[in-house]
Design a protein around this ligand. Structure first.
Ligand SMILES: NC(=O)c1ccc[n+]([C@@H]2O[C@H](COP(=O)([O-])OP(=O)(O)OC[C@H]3O[C@@H](n4cnc5c(N)ncnc54)[C@H](OP(=O)(O)O)[C@@H]3O)[C@@H](O)[C@H]2O)c1
Length: 295
């Protein structure tokens, strides 16, 4: 029987927690599963957990997101980011439900100088990227009606990310720095919750879709804007300028990072008529309403 219930897996994470809260507060029928309730490393447990409920769409936000860990724990990364996605898609298919898999800009090699579109070839250069690409392919192999939604540089109130780290460091240190030779597009989780909504039931697009805020920036520009917004919001920062770092200088990185993975959300706009707001506006709202408000 068709149902409008939405399942969100990875409900304890940065994006999953935001989707559950925002959609619930909009009156939607949402059931979130955190890792302890649904473990992507345990296919039988996944089937048991989901067999017990009726739903019309499942949005999988759970993933092994530690890019460096994926290099050393390759089997785990493939299980969680790819094999489990096939299992989820099969469970959805058996129930006649749509499966939406959250994917990543790291499926690209980052060699392009203009924003990536859905037509561009996915050529991952890290095991994280490979495992996430394998997840996209498994999802679409089960049904072409499923949708892989690629996001990038996710930030929001449910789990600290780069922006929170920059502001925290600037509150406590005289100088801060961020990478100046890597470009992408920040994605605000609260915006993602709105932008994804049409794809749950109303716009049955299948395949791959890019979802992020508008514009693009380096990590240094992203950090600088965050600090500017924090100062505007009255936060007592010790450091106000973000200095430049080069990716090659960060010896702690294990995985290779793609240099330019800015994505274009033009296809999302074509399908929905909605243009994601610029990343700067989204960061300003986040800093004002959440970071500065927390103190
Ligand atoms: N963060 C980014 O900048 C970024 C960029 C591009 C794409 N993405 C994609 O966006 C999606 C959401 O990421 P996020 O930022 O919300 O990351 P996150 O905060 O790390 O959330 C991922 C969630 O998955 C859970 N998880 C990990 N292993 C699991 C397993 N074996 N079984 C069940 N759950 C498991 C984690 O649980 P624990 O809390 O217990 O670890 C966490 O709650 C992911 O698909 C990620 O690949 C993220």
């Amino acid at each position: 029987m068709p149902t409008s219930r939405i399942i969100v897996t990875g409900a304890g994470g940065r994006l999953g927690a935001a989707l559950v809260r925002e959609w619930k507060s909009a009156g939607m029928d949402v059931l979130g599963f955190a890792r302890q309730e649904l473990d992507l490393a345990q296919p039988e447990q996944m089937r048991r957990a989901l067999d017990a409920v009726n739903f019309g769409v499942l949005v999988n936000c759970a993933a092994q997101t530690n890019v460096d860990r994926c290099e050393t724990e390759r089997d785990e990364a493939m299980q969680v980011n790819a094999h489990a996605v096939r299992t989820l898609a099969e469970i959805c298919k058996a129930k006649g439900a749509r499966c939406i898999q959250i994917s990543t800009d790291y499926v690209f090699d980052g060699a392009k100088s203009t924003p990536y579109t859905e037509e561009d070839a996915a050529v991952p250069i890290s095991h994280y990227g490979e495992s996430k690409r394998a997840g996209e392919l498994a999802l679409l192999d089960v049904s072409e009606k499923n949708l892989a939604v690629r996001v990038s540089w996710v930030f929001g109130p449910d789990r600290p990310s780069f922006v929170d780290g920059m502001v925290k460091n600037a509150l406590n240190q005289e100088s801060v720095a961020a990478i100046a030779d890597k470009i992408a597009v920040p994605t605000y989780t609260l915006d993602a919750a709105q932008l994804l909504k049409p794809f749950l039931f109303d716009v049955p697009a299948g395949g791959v879709l890019h979802l992020c805020n508008g514009g693009s920036c380096t990590w240094q520009e992203y950090g600088q804007h965050a600090l500017d917004c924090a100062v505007e919001a009255g936060m007592p920062l010790k450091a106000r300028i973000v200095g430049p770092l080069r990716m090659a200088d960060l010896k702690a990185f294990i995985a290779k990072r793609p240099p330019n993975t800015a994505m274009s959300p033009a296809e999302l706009t074509r399908l929905t008529g909605v243009k994601p707001r610029d990343w700067r506006e989204a960061v300003r709202e986040y800093i004002t309403r959440h970071v500065a408000a927390r103190g």
